[in-house]
Design a protein around this ligand. Structure first.
Ligand code: SF4
Length: 460
C-alpha cells in the first residue's frame, strides 16, 4: 500500500470520530476544537449562567482565580496547535472581549494558523467600533447573547442595564457587515429563562430579524451548568439507567483551556477544579493523550457515569448530554461545520482524477470529521479501486463510516423520543431537549437504550 495512504489510515484511526464511534480508549490525534479562555472575568451576571459558582479569590497557594490570559501563554498554545484545519473557540467562561489584546489574539491565530476557524460568543457590551471591526476582520463565527427584547427584561436576564448599549453596538456591527458584504456566521441568540419566558418565539424572531436582517437568530434551552445554576438543578440523574445515556463525544473531540493554562474536562465547567493538565508546564499533546484523558474516555465509552461522578467529572449532572447537543452534527463534523447529509445521495468529487486520489480524499475527510464526503469516496473506491487491496481498504472504511451513521441513528431515536415527550412536557417552550425534573420520570420510562456499541476489529 502507498505510504501516503498508510499514513492517512493511521491518522484516521486516531481521529476523534473514530475513537468515539468505535469506543477506543487509545490515543486521539488531536481535538477537533480547542477552547481558549482569554479571561474568566465577566461584565454581566446572567441568571442563565453559573458565574456565581465560578472560582474566585485565591487558591491555597495564593494564586488568583480570576484574571486574563498572559500573552506568552497564548502564544505557546497557538504555536502547539497542529496545522490541519480546525476550530478555536476564543472564549470559555467570562466575557472574551474584556481581554485588552483580544483583537491581537485573533490576528495572531489567523497569522499562525490561517486554516483555522475562529469562533466566539460575546454579550457585546464591550464591543466598541474598533472591536467590531476586528471581529469582522478575523472571526469566522460570532454568537451574541441578548436574552430580552426590551430593557426591563434584559436587566432581569443579564442583571446589568446594557440593553441600549448592546443594541447600539450590534447596530454598528450589522451595518459594517452589510457594507462589507460579509458572509461569515453571526448569530443573535437568546437562552430561555424566567426573564423572557413570556415572549412568543415569533416576537423574538420578529424583533431581531427586522433590526438585523443579515444575522441569524437562535433561541436555546437552558443549560443546567452541571447543577451549578440555582433553580435549574436536575435531580433525576440517579434514577436513570446508565445504559440509557448516550456516550458523549466531547472527551474525544474538544479541549478546554482556562485563562491560567489549566486543561479542564468540559467546555462550560464553572468550577475548574478537576484538572487534566497545565499547558504552562506541559505540551498540549502530552495532556490530550495523558493517562488522565485516556481514563476519562474509557469511563465514557463504558458509560460508567457513577465512576465519572466519583472521579469529579461533571457528566452525571450534565443537561448537555441529555440535550444531545454534544452529538449534534456540528460536533461530529466540527472541522468544517458541514451537516451530515443522506449517505445514499452522493456525487464523485470532481477534484479527484484517480481512485487513489479519491481514497486519499476520503481518509482526509474522515480525519476532519466530514463523514458524508468520506463515505461517498469510499463507496466509489470500493466499487472501482485499482486492485483488490485498495477496494478492500475502501470497503473497510465504508463500514467505519456507516457505523458512525448507525451510532447517529440510535441517537436520532433518542432525540425523537425527547422531542415527542419533551416538547409537550417542559416548561420553556423552545427548549425542547432541556427537560424539567417534573417531566423526567415519564420521559426516561419512554426512552430507548442508547445505541449498541459495536467495537470494530481494528489493529489498534
Ligand atoms: S457529558 Fe456533559 S460534562 Fe460530560 S463531557 Fe459531555 S458535555 Fe461534558
Amino acid at each position: 500500500m502507498d505510504t501516503k495512504i498508510e499514513e492517512l489510515v493511521s491518522r484516521a484511526k486516531k481521529s476523534a470520530l473514530f475513537a468515539w464511534s468505535n469506543q477506543t480508549d487509545g490515543e486521539v490525534e488531536f481535538p477537533n476544537a480547542v477552547y481558549i479562555c482569554p479571561t474568566n472575568v465577566c461584565n454581566n451576571r446572567c441568571i442563565t449562567c453559573a458565574i456565581d459558582k465560578m472560582r474566585k479569590g485565591k487558591d491555597a497557594e495564593g494564586n488568583p482565580q480570576r484574571g486574563i490570559m498572559k500573552w506568552e501563554l497564548f502564544e505557546k498554545i497557538v504555536n502547539e496547535l497542529p496545522e490541519a484545519p480546525r476550530r478555536v473557540y476564543l472564549y470559555k467562561t467570562g466575557e472574551a472581549l474584556l481581554h485588552p489584546r483580544f483583537i491581537d489574539m485573533m490576528a495572531y491565530l489567523k497569522e499562525k494558523r490561517p486554516d483555522y476557524e475562529v469562533a466566539l460568543n460575546t454579550n457585546a457590551a464591550r464591543m466598541n467600533t474598533t472591536i467590531a471591526d476586528g471581529l469582522l476582520d478575523y472571526a469566522d463565527y460570532v454568537g451574541i447573547s441578548i436574552f430580552a427584547i426590551d430593557r426591563e427584561h434584559y436587566k432581569m436576564a443579564h442583571r446589568r442595564d446594557y440593553f441600549d448599549l448592546v443594541l447600539k453596538n450590534v447596530d454598528y456591527l450589522h451595518s459594517e457587515y452589510v457594507r462589507r458584504k460579509e458572509t461569515k456566521k453571526i448569530f443573535i441568540y437568546m437562552v430561555r429563562c424566567e426573564a423572557n419566558k413570556h415572549y412568543a418565539d415569533e416576537e423574538v424572531f420578529d424583533f431581531f430579524s427586522k433590526r438585523y436582517p443579515a444575522f441569524n437568530i437562535s433561541i436555546n434551552g437552558l443549560f443546567n451548568f452541571y447543577n451549578a445554576v440555582d433553580g435549574i438543578e436536575f435531580e433525576f440523574f440517579d434514577q436513570i439507567e446508565e445504559k440509557k445515556l448516550p456516550r458523549c463525544i466531547i472527551p474525544y473531540s474538544i479541549m478546554p483551556i482556562t485563562w491560567d493554562g489549566k486543561v479542564v474536562s468540559c467546555i462550560a465547567d464553572p468550577f475548574e477544579t478537576n484538572i487534566m493538565g497545565d499547558v504552562s508546564k506541559q505540551s498540549i499533546m502530552e495532556i490530550w493523550n495523558g493517562e488522565k484523558y485516556k481514563r476519562y474516555r474509557k469511563l465514557m465509552s463504558d458509560a460508567n457515569f457513577a465512576q465519572l461522578d466519583k472521579e469529579k467529572y461533571l457528566c452525571k449532572n450534565c443537561s448537555w448530554l441529555l440535550s444531545l447537543k454534544t452529538h449534534s452534527t456540528e460536533n461530529l463534523c466540527i472541522a468544517n461545520r458541514r451537516e451530515i447529509k443522506d449517505p445514499h445521495i452522493f456525487f464523485a468529487n470532481s477534484q479527484c482524477s484517480t481512485t487513489d486520489e479519491m481514497l486519499e480524499f476520503g481518509l482526509r475527510s474522515y480525519i476532519h470529521g466530514d463523514i458524508s464526503d468520506a463515505l461517498k469516496s469510499f463507496i466509489i473506491v470500493a466499487m472501482g479501486g485499482k486492485n483488490e487491496e485498495v477496494r478492500n481498504l475502501a470497503r473497510e472504511w465504508k463500514e467505519y463510516c456507516e457505523h458512525v451513521f448507525e451510532m447517529r441513528a440510535g441517537i436520532d431515536a433518542w432525540e425523537a423520543c425527547l422531542n415527542q415527550h419533551g416538547t409537550t412536557l417542559h416548561e420553556f417552550m423552545i427548549s425542547k431537549y432541556h427537560i424539567s425534573n417534573a417531566s423526567a420520570e415519564k420521559l426516561f420510562m419512554a426512552l430507548p437504550d442508547s445505541p449498541d456499541i459495536k467495537v470494530k476489529k481494528t489493529d489498534l
